[in-house]
Ligand binder design. Structure first.
Ligand code: SF4
Length: 331
């Protein structure tokens, strides 16, 4: 049994939400507090201690800090940056369910996250209208049962691993009863932020099901990958669960070739394959992270010349209404 202080739920409930507390902990200037408080009124600060532990004290430009610290820049309206940049509300056949692509559906498993990433494309998502209670879950199961073209269910959110293991196990059991399903995929940042989230119970739930499980992590910078995360991922590899990573290209955080190369190399050393590198979705409040397509393409072309093909993530964006992600050409 893990000590209580090391359990993921404890880290989740102790996550820091007061900008002044974060700024004090990191020995940063007090002048950051007021802007952070203003921006946090729109989208709260949330960051747990194991992620803070990977930040460098006193460094206002720390790449992990910049992903979570609310700034005044978020409050400036920028043309083209909207509250629903992927038009997900148009593909929402049931509360808690998004059906955008052929063959797969996405569950808004929960609105909870371990960390609030300032660039998140769902930072304005109406989670309160998409609660996954027992009634909604039955309606979703009926929807999936009635459409035999659906083969894969994506657990998303929020962060699906903010859900207790016993609930995940029960959901997987219900889904496994639907014969035309073959895979489940979890899109999660939680194991990166709180590595203790990879529990023996989670591994058992993922291996007990007949459905093939895929885990897509979300790490943007090599400093996010520490030994604790690498160690936590070992049982995933032993259980032969495919683990991939998707990152978002963020100005001032990971928009350098050396950073992206190190990210791919550290991921692979931890048994994780780089999968996608997304350009920023134009969500209101995130424009200061934006990078032009041509700069993104230049970066990835240079990265391609330095890495073997299996370590090169696919540079992509999501375009509302398109039947799949759109890859950005490297030619
Ligand atoms: S963990 Fe994922 S869903 Fe949650 S805020 Fe970050 S990017 Fe958004």
């Amino acid at each position: 049994m893990q000590p209580l202080t090391d359990r993921w739920q404890q880290h989740l409930s102790n996550a820091i939400s007061d900008p002044a507390q974060l700024i004090r902990l990191l020995d940063l200037p007090d002048s950051l507090v007021e802007p952070a408080r203003r921006a946090a009124q729109q989208f709260p600060l949330r960051v747990p201690q194991p992620f803070i532990d990977r930040m460098v004290k006193g460094d206002i430009n720390d790449p992990l800090l910049k992903q979570v610290l609310p700034l005044d820049a978020e409050l400036e309206p920028v043309p083209g940056f909207t509250t629903d940049p992927l038009a997900e509300m148009q593909s929402n056949p049931h509360d808690g369910l998004i059906h955008k692509y052929q063959g797969r559906v996405l569950l808004i498993t929960t609105g909870a996250c371990a960390i609030n990433c300032r660039y998140c494309f769902r930072r304005h998502f109406p989670y309160q209208d998409n609660k996954l209670g027992p009634e909604q879950w039955q309606a979703i199961l009926d929807y999936i049962r009635a459409d035999s073209s659906i083969h894969e269910v994506l657990f998303s959110g929020g962060d699906p691993l903010a859900t207790p293991d016993r609930r995940i196990l029960a959901m997987l059991e219900d889904l496994a009863d639907i014969p035309h399903l073959s895979r489940v995929r979890f899109h999660t940042r939680l194991p990166v932020v709180i590595p203790q989230r990879i529990t023996p119970e989670l591994i058992s739930a993922l291996t007990a099901t007949r459905l093939q499980a895929v885990m897509v992590l979300h790490a943007n910078h090599p400093n996010e990958i520490n030994q604790q995360l690498a160690d936590a991922l070992v049982p995933m590899q032993q259980a032969r669960i495919t683990v991939l990573n998707q990152a978002v290209l963020l100005k001032g955080i990971n928009d350098e070739v050396a950073t992206l190369r190190q990210l791919s190399e550290k991921l692979f050393a931890a048994g994780v394959l780089p999968y996608y590198l997304f350009v920023l979705d134009p969500v209101a409040g995130s424009a200061h992270f934006d990078i032009s397509d041509s700069d993104a393409q230049t970066l990835i072309r240079e990265l391609q010349s330095q890495l073997p093909g299996y370590l090169l993530p696919r540079l992509a964006r999501e375009v509302p209404g398109k039947p799949s992600k759109t890859l950005l050409s490297l030619d």
